[in-house]
Design a protein around this ligand. Structure first.
Ligand code: BEZ
Length: 213
């Protein structure tokens, strides 16, 4: 099993999901993607997480981002559990869940950490860019539900870097000033950032968020 590092190509796979069989790369198409695992169906924290993700659909769509979940439970279990998620979280699950009973995808993405739990996936997240490179990996313990606002924040930051050549400083939130990436010279920056920039230091140049009015 190869460790997946930032910049690697996200391994491709075929899988059975609650929305039919998929080839992962074909399913992603030209979108950004989030692949995330949860320990098991019919567990309390997972139920709240998948309900939360369903409610964020508009936010993911705005960011051209497709979301897919995974656990080592089977398809029938996933399908039955979705009814519970919908009923208890007051939503409709609107993304596929991979049934990874044979651990094929879990092993490919190193989602089972045997010293934490030998049978179940931990809470892994992979953010994948349209060119299929891995842009973010995080691993949470089974007992801690993830912060999906933070995931949206990271996707916003990644997209600002990809499309506007700015990075985001500590505790940045949407609308705050951004950092001009070091690869852009100050001469180039004058043309690229018509709102101007503040050169605090030659290596620290702040500019208003480029995609905001
Ligand atoms: C869960 O809901 O998935 C969970 C809760 C406590 C400990 C481990 C898992």
């Amino acid at each position: 099993m190869k460790t997946i590092r930032l910049g690697d190509e996200a391994p491709n796979f075929t899988a059975e999901t609650t929305e039919g069989d998929i080839n992962f790369h074909e399913w992603l198409g030209d979108s950004w993607g989030i692949l995330f695992s949860h320990p098991a169906d019919y567990t309390p924290v997972c139920t709240t997480e998948l309900g939360a993700v369903a409610k964020y659909k508009k936010e993911f769509d705005k960011r051209n981002t497709k979301v897919i979940a995974l656990s080592v439970d089977g398809l029938e279990s996933h399908k039955d559990w979705i009814k519970d998620i919908n009923a208890t979280q007051n939503t409709t699950v609107n993304f596929p869940i991979i049934a990874d009973e044979d651990h094929k995808v879990s092993n490919l993405y190193d989602m089972i950490h045997p010293n934490a739990d030998s049978k179940h996936t931990v809470r892994s997240v992979f953010v994948i860019a349209p060119d299929k490179t891995v842009k973010l990996t995080i691993t949470y313990p089974a007992s801690t539900g993830r912060n999906f606002d933070e995931l949206l924040r990271v996707i916003d930051s990644l997209q600002l870097t990809a499309y506007h050549k700015v990075a985001t400083p500590a505790n940045w939130t949407d609308g705050d000033d951004c950092v001009i990436v070091p690869a852009v010279s100050s001469e180039e920056a004058k043309k690229m950032f018509p709102k101007g920039f503040n050169e605090v230091r030659p290596y620290l140049r702040m500019t208003p968020q480029p995609n905001k009015n």
